[in-house]
Write a protein that binds this ligand. Structure first.
Ligand code: GCU
Length: 338
């Protein structure tokens, strides 16, 4: 796990630079000379998003002859996702990777991609989330908060894990406090699946599982392994209730100040990064599963029909509480399903 004192020191020194006005981020006249973009991430260095973002940074640096750097701060060093999203909106941080659940809290329309079973596969998801005719309005909807959404990375299929034992049907979740991300639709989802939803930031989950505050959580194999949750909740049940999505969000003013040729490099390399990540993800998932098996984790099949039936009303309920954009995006997304 991360060293929080180090994390705090790194965050403070990054912020101090900005506040003191001596970091490149504060230098509006010097954009032609280049600068440094700070990117907040909540994953550890062995997560494929860190690897893909470091490669993104290297390619942008090379193609701008060293003028532009993207500094990736992993491990919630610039705050948890809720905090780093706020810092990106304020302009203290330039870029952040945040889960779709965070954006749902800024504009309810983002609920559309946080729903169970909205995507049939990672390939379907990536096709939809990179198609401007589907996501254009959604991605530009946060500009009043000075945030631009630039696409994202798959989180793969999310599953339930517990310290208690296998969760093969909704009845098995009775009385279990299960961590969800800070999202109303995910809390409703987990309650519908039979458990007691407990919203919490990512970095707090290990300790909460260890101390018994939680019985379980839900995530993909890669996070389960890299965050070491398997040590304290060794039963992994393949509910595959949704394919999650992480977004790259940028501070709009900062992004718009990039000189056009540098912005073109940034956009091209980010598009390449999304493709690279999808490949890395498949390998990382396979490696996580082998590592988990060698650590004694048990993977349990589930009664898929029972979970689907429990979750079926959620989509309509959630879309009713969102604006018309969410429904349009939902219909276009389903029309693209294989
Ligand atoms: C995944 C996802 C993160 C998210 C995390 C969570 O790891 O990639 O963006 O924060 O799940 O459950 O909070």
């Amino acid at each position: 796990m991360t060293s929080k004192p180090f994390a705090l020191a790194a965050a403070l020194s990054a912020l101090a630079l900005v506040l003191a006005g001596c970091g490149p981020a504060a230098d509006t006249a010097g954009e032609e000379r280049g600068g440094t973009l700070r990117l907040a991430l909540n994953q550890s260095e062995d997560h494929p998003s860190y690897v893909a973002l470091e490669n993104f940074s290297d390619r942008v640096r090379e193609r701008t002859q060293g003028r532009w750097n993207i500094d990736v701060y992993p491990n919630e060093n610039l705050g948890n996702q809720q905090e780093s999203l706020q810092l990106t909106s304020d302009g203290s941080v330039d870029l952040a990777i945040v889960s779709g659940t965070q954006l749902e809290n800024l504009n309810r329309d983002f609920v559309v991609f946080n729903l169970p079973h909205v995507f049939e596969s990672i390939e379907h998801q990536m096709r939809v989330i990179t198609d401007p005719s589907i996501v254009g309005d959604l991605y530009s909807s946060l500009e009043d908060r000075n945030l631009t959404v630039l696409g994202g990375f798959t989180q793969g299929a999310r599953n339930i894990y517990s310290s208690r034992g296998p969760v093969t049907s909704p009845a098995d979740l009775a009385g279990q406090k299960i961590r969800v991300q800070e999202s109303k639709v995910h809390a409703d989802m987990l309650d519908s699946m039979g458990g007691a939803a407990t919203p919490m930031a990512y970095g707090e989950v290990y300790t909460a599982l260890q101390s018994g505050v939680l019985e379980g959580a839900e995530n993909n194999e890669v996070s389960y392994e890299t965050q070491k949750h398997y040590e304290v909740a060794p039963h992994f049940s393949r509910t595959e209730h949704l394919i999650g999505l992480d977004y790259l969000v940028a501070n709009t003013d900062r992004l718009d100040r990039l000189p056009p040729t540098d912005r073109a490099v940034f956009d091209e390399e980010w598009a390449a990064t999304m493709r690279e990540f999808t490949d890395l993800w498949t390998t990382a998932t396979d490696e996580a599963i082998s590592e988990l098996r060698s650590q004694g984790v048990q993977f349990h099949p589930v009664d898929d029909a029972a979970f689907r039936e429990a979750l079926a009303p959620l989509t309509e309920q959630a879309l009713r509480t969102a604006g018309p954009t969410a429904r349009t995006v939902y219909e276009k997304t389903r029309a693209e399903a294989p």
